[in-house]
Ligand binder design. Structure first.
Ligand code: GDP
Ligand code: IMO
Ligand code: MG
Length: 432
């Protein structure tokens, strides 16, 4: 019996998970998403073409590999349909190798409306949600009133849809939200609902499965399964910077509930971090840079959201947060991405501890959102050279290797590989 390997983000998202999953897919038989939904934007680049996936796992470009959307994931049928269409345009037919859990919950058009209504009601405590309906759909899941993929086939589906929709409309009105003015992609709620209903036909072309049985059978047959995380550790509903988080467990533990595998079935845990740090949306970010270096990271790193196009906030790599992420997730190896973005920097900084109220700490405090946190920065000399064309880890510039060595030493976790461009070819493994 094999174990399921896990790959997840250790920061605030957008670490390059999609790219690394794509690179690792040849080693696996099944790639499975276990949480999140269309709030995710996972970018893959190869042969000079860029692909962005939201709900579909990042193994989809490899033929003969199975991709699974697990029970912990949320599906928005219109967004799903547009992803399928984009794949078709690239001659990828996902109908043969994409399976969907019957227990995955659906995002209704009114979940998206409730996301907007909730954000409006929060005033200056807005989370900066992607407005894809994630919070409201998971809320209904926990409240035991959600609709699942398997329900689409039930005779009373439409009735249950209407009931839930009416409930959302009543809720939005109590929040003084203008329901009549609400639109998605320029369509009114009614118009979008029609599109949503029509897109269920696309969803029905896929195989709906009891994915918990499927995954466990794969493990029994010694197939290799990789669980692909979305969002990241610091956006986890329990351990992230609450309330500025997403509404799912993004951590290793989420693999057990989001796919139906036992904790003892977890194998390697691969954690992805950028060589610096970004965050999109509101919430604390102790190492954030508000100067030209921050702008340089944003511009050179093309730090604009793959889902919303928003500029990402940028700062230095944060070791207290990374150590926390390694602890909570049981990370067994690290992948460091985007080292190339800092090629021109004279100095590259690393936050090694926090100063809070005149006290030095290594812990993420409960008051993370409210107390001023001063990062203690350790400077490293920049490598000041292009990484283009480098094919072996050992050939990376000495100063970059010193920086990477410090990440290993600070976290106590080895770096499996470093990524030095968006392209799938530019991942250098340390021991290969
Ligand atoms: P994900 O959500 O974790 O899959 O990451 P995103 O796709 O949202 O954001 C990562 C961005 O960085 C994408 O635009 C990738 O193409 C890009 N990227 C990934 N790895 C590297 C790298 O090593 N260097 C550079 N320059 N860009 C990278
Ligand atoms: P990937 O998988 C970065 C952020 C949003 C917002 C908060 C809550 O591409 O790394 P939500 O829509 O879930 O209610 O938003 O979480 N967020 C992400 N930030 N990458 C993501 O996904 C994100 N998914 C959600 O910006 O601050
Ligand atoms: Mg992303």
């Amino acid at each position: 019996m094999t174990k399921i390997d896990v790959l997840l983000g250790l920061q605030w998202g957008d670490e390059g998970k999609g790219k690394i999953v794509d690179v690792l897919t040849p080693d696996y038989d099944v790639i499975a998403r276990f949480q999140g939904g269309p709030n995710a934007g996972h970018t893959l680049e190869f042969n000079g073409i860029k692909h962005v996936l939201h709900i579909i796992p990042s193994g989809i470009f490899h033929q003969n590999k199975t991709n699974l959307i697990g029970n912990g994931v949320l599906i928005e049928p219109c967004i799903f349909e547009s992803e399928i269409r984009a794949l078709n345009e690239k001659n990828v037919d996902a109908t043969q190798n994409l399976l969907i859990s019957k227990k995955a919950h659906l995002i209704l058009p009114t979940h998206r409306m409730m996301d907007a209504a909730n954000e409006q009601a929060k005033g200056n405590m807005k989370i900066g949600s992607t407005l894809k309906g994630i919070g409201p759909a998971y809320t209904d899941k926990i409240a035991r009133s959600g609709l699942r993929v398997g329900d689409i086939l039930a005779s009373d589906f439409r009735e249950r849809f209407e009931l839930l929709k009416e409930q959302h409309i009543r809720m939005a009105k109590t929040l003084n939200f203008n329901v009549d003015a609400f639109c998605i992609d320029g369509l009114s709620l009614d118009q979008y609902e029609q599109r949503w209903m029509a897109s269920l036909d696309t969803l029905k072309q896929f195989r709906f499965v009891n994915s918990e049985y499927y995954i466990n059978q794969c493990l029994r047959e010694n197939k290799r399964v990789l669980a692909e995380g979305a969002q990241a550790m610091m956006l986890d509903i329990d351990f992230g910077t609450y309330p500025f988080v997403t509404s799912s467990n993004t951590i290793t533990a989420g693999v057990c509930t989001g796919l139906g595998v036992a904790p003892s079935s977890i194998g390697k845990v691969m954690g992805i971090t950028k060589a610096y740090c970004t965050r999109v949306g509101a919430g604390p970010f102790p190492t954030e840079l508000f100067d030209t270096i921050g702008q340089q990271l944003c511009e050179q790193g093309h730090e604009y959201g793959a889902t919303t196009g928003r500029a990402r906030r940028c700062g230095w790599i944060d070791m207290p947060a990374l150590r926390y992420a390694c602890m909570i997730n049981g990370v067994t190896e690290l992948f460091v991405t985007k080292a190339d973005v800092m090629n021109d920097f004279d100095t590259v900084n690393m936050c090694v501890a926090y100063d809070i109220d005149g006290r030095t700490t290594d812990e993420i405090p409960f008051e993370y959102n409210t107390v001023p946190i001063h990062p203690q920065l350790k400077p490293f000399e920049g490598w000041k050279q292009s990484l283009q064309g480098i094919k072996r880890y050992a050939d990376l510039p000495k100063n970059l290797r010193a920086f990477l060595g410090a990440i290993e030493q600070q976290t106590g976790v080895i770096i499996a590989a470093v990524s030095i461009s968006p392209d799938r070819q530019d991942v250098l493994f340390q021991n290969k």
